[in-house]
Design a protein around this ligand. Structure first.
Ligand SMILES: NC(=O)C1=CN([C@@H]2O[C@H](COP(=O)(O)OP(=O)(O)OC[C@H]3O[C@@H](n4cnc5c(N)ncnc54)[C@H](O)[C@@H]3O)[C@@H](O)[C@H]2O)[C@@H](O)CC1
Ligand SMILES: [K+]
Length: 505
C-alpha cells in the first residue's frame, strides 16, 4: 500500500532517503550524477537548444548544476557556468562534479543574466536555511525579469520544500525537476505556482527506504482512504447507512444547511435531517424532499434529538450565526459524543476561548472513545482559533500549522484553500493537488462540510472521511467544469462516485 499512495517527503526525510541509499551501497556521487543527468534529459526533451546559463550554489544543489552543465555541453549546447564563491570552497561530491566540468567557471553576478535562452537554477535546494538577501536576491530577480526559460533543480531557489513558503525571494521557474518523490512545498502555495511544470525523476533510490523513513504526508488520493470508503452493501438498508443532522441558521439563513444536507445525502448517508427553529420550517419545507426537518423550540428539545443514538453525525456552523446559542449547541453536540463537523460560525464563536472548545472535543474520551471531530476552517477561521500558528517568519506554514492545530485540539483539521490540507491528531496528513479554482464560490464550503458529515455517518473514520470529501469535492467540480456554483457540486458527484467504485473493486 505504501507504494500505491504517493508519499511526500520533507527535506529531512529526503536526506534520510539519501543516507539510507548510500548506506546500502550506492555512492553519493552516483546519486548526484543521476540527478544531474535526469535534469539534462528533461531539458533536452522539453526545451529547444539555446544559450544556457547554469547558476551553481555552494552546496550539492550546485553540484547537480555542474552535472547538468556537462551533460548539456556534451550535447553540443553552448553552456556558461557561474558559481557562488570559489571552487576550492566546494566540498565532497559538489567539488568532484566541479572538477569534472572542463569549461570556465565565472563568478555569480547579476550582469549579463538577460543574455540567455535558458537559466538552470542550482543555487539552493534542500539546504536553504535562511532568506535570500543582497546580491543573491538581485540575481534571482534579474533571472525572473529575463526572458529565459528557467529550470529549477529540486526546488526553485528561495522556496522551502517543506512549507511552500518563500524565504526572502524566489526564482520563478518554468520547470522544476525533483528527485525520487515530491516534497510538500511542490504542492503548497505559493510554492506550487513558483515551480512551473514539475517533473520527478528516478535517481536510483529504492522505494523500499520509505518503510524505514515512515513519512506521514501523502498526496490526497483514493490510495490513502479508498479501503475505508463506504460502499453500500446489498444486504444493507438506509438505517445502516447512518443519519446525518445539519444544524440550520435562522429563517434568513437556511440555504447553507440545505447545501450541506444535500451533499450528505448524495454521498450516501442513509438519512439526513436539517435541525432548525420552528420559524425556519416553512423555508426548508418549501425546498426539501428527501431531507427531513426536525424543529426544536428549546435547548431541551435540541438535547432530545441528541439523545437519539441513531442520529450519529452532526454538522454545525454554516450560516448559524456567531451567537451564544451556536456555542451552546456545539458544546451539546460534543458532550453527546456525536461524530461532528464544526465549520464556519461554529469555529468563529470560540475565538475568545479556544481552550473551551478543545477541552470539549477531548472531554468525551471516557464516554465514547470512538467519537471524532472534524474542524473545517479556511485560513481566516483557522487564525481565530490558532492565532499563534499563523505567525511564521516567512508567512503561514499551512502544513505545520495544521499539524500543530490537530494535535492541540484533538480534532481532524481540514484546512481549506487551493491546496487543502487534512491532518489527523496523530500526525498523518494529506495535501490536495490541482483542485479546480472554480471551487472558490459561495456555498462550496457548506457542501464540503456536508460531504464529510455524510461519510462520518456511514462510519468512515474522520481523517479518511475528511480526505475523501476534499478529493470528491474537487473531482465533482472538475467534472462540472466552468460556471460552477455550489449547487452544481452534489449533482456532479455520481459520475465521480461511479469511477471511484470501479477503481476500488
Ligand atoms: N538528498 C539527496 O538525495 C540528493 C540531493 N541532491 C542535491 O543536493 C541538494 C541539497 O544539497 P545541500 O544539502 O548541500 O544544500 P544546498 O545545495 O541546497 O545548499 C546548502 C548551501 O547553501 C547555503 N545557503 C543556504 N541558504 C542560503 C541563503 N539563503 N543564502 C546564502 N547561502 C545559503 C548553505 O550555507 C550551504 O552552504 C538537493 O536539493 C539536491 O539538489 C542531489 O545531488 C541528489 C541526491
Ligand atoms: K534550486
Amino acid at each position: 500500500m505504501e507504494e500505491t499512495r504517493e508519499v511526500l517527503l520533507s527535506t529531512m526525510e529526503m536526506g534520510e532517503a539519501d543516507r539510507l541509499t548510500i548506506e546500502a551501497g550506492l555512492q553519493g556521487r552516483q546519486l548526484m550524477e543521476a540527478a544531474g543527468q535526469s535534469i539534462a534529459r528533461i531539458i533536452l526533451e522539453k526545451l529547444n537548444p539555446g544559450r544556457t546559463l547554469v547558476l551553481c550554489g555552494p552546496g550539492n544543489n550546485g553540484g547537480d548544476g555542474f552535472v547538468v552543465a556537462r551533460a548539456l555541453k556534451e550535447n553540443g549546447w553552448p553552456v556558461t557556468v557561474t558559481l557562488m564563491g570559489t571552487k576550492d570552497r566546494l566540498k565532497g561530491d559538489a567539488r568532484l562534479m566541479a572538477d569534472l566540468w572542463d569549461g570556465e567557471i565565472q563568478p555569480l553576478a547579476e550582469e549579463g543574466l538577460g543574455d540567455y535562452d535558458i537559466i538552470v537554477d542550482g543555487l539552493f535546494g534542500a539546504g536553504l536555511d535562511r532568506p535570500l538577501e543582497g546580491a543573491l536576491l538581485d540575481i534571482v530577480r534579474a533571472a525572473n525579469d529575463s526572458n529565459a526559460r528557467k529550470v529549477a533543480i529540486d526546488v526553485p531557489s528561495g522556496l522551502s520544500g517543506d512549507s511552500g513558503l518563500v524565504l526572502g525571494g524566489c526564482l520563478e521557474a518554468d520547470l522544476t525537476v525533483t528527485f525520487f518523490r515530491r516534497k510538500p512545498g511542490h504542492l503548497l502555495y505559493p510554492g506550487k505556482a513558483l515551480c512551473g511544470d514539475l517533473y520527478v525523476t528516478d535517481i536510483g533510490i529504492s522505494g523500499r527506504v520509505l518503510d524505514e523513513i515512515g513519512a506521514q504526508t501523502w498526496l490526497n488520493s483514493p490510495a490513502v482512504w479508498g479501503e475505508l470508503f463506504p460502499v453500500p452493501s446489498p444486504a444493507g438498508h438506509k438505517y445502516s447507512r447512518g443519519h446525518s443532522v445539519v444544524v440550520s441558521g435562522d429563517l434568513a439563513h437556511t440555504g447553507a444547511s440545505r447545501l450541506a444536507a444535500g451533499a450528505a445525502l448524495r454521498i450516501g448517508s442513509g438519512l439526513v435531517s436539517v435541525a432548525c427553529a420552528p420559524e425556519a420550517v416553512p423555508a426548508h419545507a418549501a425546498q426539501l424532499t428527501a431531507v427531513m426537518i426536525r424543529s426544536y423550540q428549546s435547548p431541551e428539545q435540541f438535547a432530545d434529538y441528541l439523545a437519539d443514538h441513531r442520529l450519529n453525525a452532526w454538522c454545525i456552523g454554516p450560516a448559524n450565526g456567531v451567537t451564544n446559542e451556536t456555542r451552546n449547541r456545539v458544546l451539546a453536540i460534543l458532550a453527546a459524543g456525536k461524530q461532528a463537523v464544526l465549520d464556519a460560525d461554529a469555529i468563529t464563536v470560540f475565538r475568545d476561548r479556544p481552550e473551551e472548545l478543545f477541552a470539549a472535543i477531548g472531554s468525551d474520551d471516557r464516554k465514547n472513545m470512538s467519537r471524532e471531530v472534524v474542524l473545517t476552517p479556511h485560513a481566516g477561521e483557522f487564525g481565530r482559533l490558532f492565532p499563534d500558528l499563523m505567525e511564521g517568519t516567512y508567512g503561514f506554514d499551512r502544513l505545520k500549522g495544521a499539524r500543530t492545530a490537530a494535535e492541540r485540539s484533538g480534532a481532524v483539521l481540514l484546512l481549506k484553500g487551493p491546496d487543502t490540507v487534512v491532518v489527523s491528531p496523530d500526525g498523518r496528513a494529506v495535501i490536495m493537488d490541482d483542485a479546480p479554482a472554480d471551487l472558490a464560490t459561495a456555498g462550496s464550503g457548506d457542501v464540503l462540510s456536508g460531504l464529510v458529515t455524510g461519510l462520518l455517518a456511514q462510519g468512515m473514520p474522520a481523517f479518511e472521511a475528511a480526505s475523501a470529501a476534499v478529493w470528491l469535492h474537487a473531482e465533482a467540480a472538475r467534472v462540472f467544469g466552468a460556471g460552477l456554483t455550489a449547487e452544481d457540486i452534489s449533482p456532479s458527484l455520481p459520475t465521480v462516485l461511479e469511477k471511484l467504485r470501479e477503481k476500488l473493486h
